[in-house]
Write a protein that binds this ligand. Structure first.
Ligand SMILES: *Cc1c(COP(=O)(O)O)cnc(C)c1O
Length: 397
């Protein structure tokens, strides 16, 4: 018998239009810092309902520049979630500040505003909620907390392009920065739209957008209105220490083409997630994440919690059946580097650690076919049921 084909947990969808868009740039005068970059930024800002978007070379670069533009530095503390990719906390460290992990909400796996509030000290300068798996965090609670303590809120929306949430009877798009100073996105191929590597920061603050653009390119400006001295038409100034975090036009053209399909991609993810939700209702050993009323996730991930069955066995059997299951995430505070440098350890964040013991992400991406998604459901349900029944027999023995 042939081994079952492998279905990854996530992957990009690239079509002829994407390829043509990239080829067009390759034949043009600008491979980087040209018109495609600006068009991508404008379209991205419009998509999110923000005034400005600044495209950079990765989601991590977006986080790093956001930390610098927010003014975080040595002596500052920034509260974030342990259930995220390491990049979120790492960016705080790049800026010289200290990440402080607060525990998660057990139902949604997003940073718990009350746990975050309990971690605030006189040194706290910022909050970074993550919209985990695509479900918007409680932005009203975070913006109120920030108002009370004079903190900067930066949203890590690497999972949440196209997600929306209601607050006080109004509908908000993630990335519109209605409850934050900046929002960051990633265009890694497993995320909603792909540019290879890439990231974007959105904001409604013009001065901040200008600063982010300067930081993206070595801290250099050529704008005559901003030069401190002007020695001639060749003149540029390095006004602060920046980086080369530019996105190429080749990538931006791909991003623009992908953005045109983002609504379809997200609609497909929502449809598949709804089918997974239905399937979960038929098997008590697997539970989906709860969705907070008023939120509409854009479903970067579909995470199951293995309840009453052994996650390790469940994971191994799904992998053996050809499903590219994954675990999002190993709590960041338990990574050796964070334990060694910030004295975190097991038991510090019980809800995050308990969640980690149960988590399994199953395949979810727009190009997943109906037949593949049916195979995912069938395999997951059968495996969970079998392990649950084995467990029951063991107990009865
Ligand atoms: C992917 C991701 C990032 C980093 O994005 P890159 O583009 O891979 O650098 C940051 N935060 C979260 C939550 C992510 O999932």
């Amino acid at each position: 018998m042939e081994p079952p084909s492998f279905i990854p947990y996530g992957r990009q969808e690239i079509d002829e239009h994407d390829i043509e868009a990239v080829v067009e740039v390759l034949k043009s005068d600008w491979l980087t810092q040209g018109p495609a970059g600006e068009r991508f930024e404008q379209a991205f800002a419009e998509f999110c309902g923000a005034r400005f978007a600044v495209a950079v070379s990765s989601g991590t670069a977006a986080l790093h520049l956001a930390m610098l533009a927010a003014g975080f530095g040595p002596g500052d503390e920034v509260v974030t979630s342990p259930i995220t990719f390491v990049a979120t906390a790492n960016a705080v460290v790049y800026a010289g500040a200290q990440p402080v992990f607060a525990d998660i909400d057990k139902a949604t796996i997003n940073l718990d505003p009350r746990a975050a509030a309990a971690r605030i000290t006189p040194r706290t300068r910022g909050l970074i909620p993550i919209h985990f798996a695509g479900q918007p965090a409680d932005m009203k609670a975070f913006s109120e907390l920030a108002g009370k303590h004079n903190l900067v809120v930066i949203e890590d929306a690497a999972h949440a392009l196209g997600a929306t949430y209601e607050s006080e009877g109004k509908l908000f798009k993630v990335g519109s920065c209605a409850h934050s100073l900046m929002t960051i996105f990633s265009c890694h191929p497993v995320k909603h739209i792909a540019t290879g590597e890439g990231g974007v920061i959105t904001t409604n603050d013009k001065a901040l957008a200008t600063r982010l653009r300067r930081l993206r390119s070595h801290g250099i400006t050529r704008d005559p209105a901003r030069l401190k001295n002007n020695d001639g038409p060749w003149f540029y100034e390095m006004q602060e220490l920046g980086f080369n975090y530019r996105l190429t036009d080749i990538q931006a053209a791909l991003g623009l083409s992908q953005l045109g399909k983002a609504q379809r991609f997200i609609a497909r993810r929502r449809l598949l997630a709804a089918r997974y939700n239905e399937a979960c209702k038929t098997e008590p050993a697997i539970q989906p994440l709860e969705q907070r009323p008023g939120t509409d996730s854009s479903w970067h991930l579909y995470v199951l919690r293995a309840c009453g069955i052994d996650r390790r066995t469940f994971f191994a059997e799904l992998r053996a059946a050809g499903l590219g299951v994954n675990v999002h995430y190993i709590p960041v505070h338990l990574q050796p580097w964070y334990r060694e440098n910030f004295a975190y350890g097991p038991g510090d964040l019980p809800a995050a650690e308990a969640y980690y013991e149960q988590a399994v992400s199953i395949p979810l991406f727009p190009a997943l076919t109906d037949a593949e998604s049916e195979r995912v459901i069938k395999t997951v349900l059968e495996t969970a049921r079998r392990l649950r029944e084995c467990g029951r027999q063991e107990k009865e023995k």
